[in-house]
Write a protein that binds this ligand. Structure first.
Ligand code: BEZ
Length: 394
């Protein structure tokens, strides 16, 4: 029988090895990594949720289907982009399914619910889209990382582009919820600093698409240009209604790139020609990394990727890098988070790093719709970092 001293020595050695991530007990090595996907699989953001899911799984497949050397098991919840069910849905994954990591979500209002659960339980959360400021500002948390953007990041550089084109009086229009309001904040900051004036701010509740009365108002105001935030099915409807109201070609339309992202099919493209947007990705980026990604994605899913697919793919890459550093031991949080904080993500959008508040530091591209593509015209903001104001990490 082992002596008490021997037992203590063995235990200390085991604990040391486990915390350095070099060793895992057999039951943990054999256990699958439990991955929760909380995304919209129905509603106006369905396209976004599906693309994120695709991109995330593709990153894992390219790495052999394992995370930190362990097999994976997926758990899925359709969050329906419904903020009132955010906490309940997040708890289905965290409390019921006991996931090691929660990947989600798209809608900033739903993200509030996930964020509450992530902060209370300490579960690792990777945000593959929702840009709500608080997640990487005042309410930032050691276990919450984002692979997408803050809502004001894509629109910050849009205003200067418009003023440089002589559009000094603009109408801002959006869905009235966190993403629309915070995109508007970014737009206002850049536009006013460049010498522009927002003559009217218009809004409608998410996911309402009854744009007619607001378009009539825009026609009567006659601004130099219109800037907006819409995404998914609602963005497609807005572009079609804008053209049908006779405004396309008369009052130039600008937006954060979500407006045209992943939507330019035969039906929509004619109404979208010339729309200018700013975003951290375009399928037209001429790099080997992007070409390889597009090819692999098209082969696997029989469709073109978009920014949402890239954000999901990068969520997968971030998780893989973190898990590799701790050899699949998710209980070694200190080393896991350090590896994720220091990760360099070789993304189809271009290489990016994590800010201290856990949000991408990334280039923002100026794009215009030509044919069925968002063609890149240049870099509107280089290595743009969100302010992270109020975040006490790092
Ligand atoms: C958001 O709710 O944060 C969001 C949704 C779609 C595109 C961009 C942001």
């Amino acid at each position: 029988m082992a002596s008490r001293r021997q037992l203590l020595t063995n235990t200390a050695a085991m604990l040391g090895a486990a915390s350095s991530g070099m060793w895992l007990p057999a039951h943990a090595q054999n256990a699958k990594v439990r991955i929760g996907l909380m995304l919209p699989y129905t509603g106006t953001f369905t396209q976004l949720g599906v693309a994120i899911d695709n991109g995330f799984r593709m990153a894992l497949q390219e790495a052999g289907g394992k995370v930190g050397g362990r097999e994976v098991e997926f758990f899925k919840v359709d969050d329906e982009s419904e903020p009132s069910k955010g906490v309940e849905n997040a708890n289905k994954l965290v409390q019921r399914d006991k996931v090691d990591v929660l990947i989600g979500t798209v809608h900033s209002g739903v993200q509030m619910g996930i964020h509450k659960v992530a902060r209370e339980t300490g579960v690792l959360n990777i945000i593959p889209n929702a840009g709500m400021h608080a997640a990487t500002r005042a309410l930032c948390a050691p276990n919450v990382f984002r692979t997408s953007f803050t809502n004001s990041q894509p629109t910050l550089a849009l205003g200067k582009v418009m003023v440089d084109k002589g559009h000094k009086k603009a109408v801002w229009i959006t869905w009235k919820y966190a993403a629309g309001d915070e995109s508007g904040e970014g737009f206002k900051e850049g536009y006013v600093a460049a010498g522009g004036t927002i003559v009217k701010e218009l809004g409608l509740p998410f996911p309402n698409v009854e744009f007619q009365a607001l378009l009539t108002e825009i026609a009567s105001i006659k601004p130099d240009a219109v800037a907006c935030f819409f995404s998914g099915g609602g963005a497609s409807k807005f572009i079609r209604d804008y053209a049908a109201a006779g405004l396309a070609g008369k009052i130039p339309l600008y937006g954060s790139g979500f407006l045209t992202e992943g939507l330019l099919d035969d039906e929509l493209a004619p109404s979208a020609q010339g729309i200018m947007t700013t975003l951290h990705y375009s399928t037209s980026l001429a790099t080997k990394r992007n070409d390889a990604f597009r090819l692999a994605y098209a082969k696997t899913f029989k469709m073109q990727p978009d920014v949402y697919a890239v954000q999901g793919y990068d969520a997968g890459q971030l998780l893989l890098q973190g898990a590799a550093a701790v050899h699949g031991d998710f209980s070694n949080k200190k080393a896991l988070y350090a590896a994720m904080e220091n990760a360099v993500i070789d993304s189809p959008r271009g290489k990016w790093t994590m800010s201290k508040a856990h949000n991408p530091v990334q280039d923002i591209y100026l794009r215009t719709v030509k044919g069925k593509e968002n063609v890149v015209l240049g870099v509107a903001a280089k290595a743009l970092s969100d302010s992270g104001v109020g975040c006490k990490l790092g």
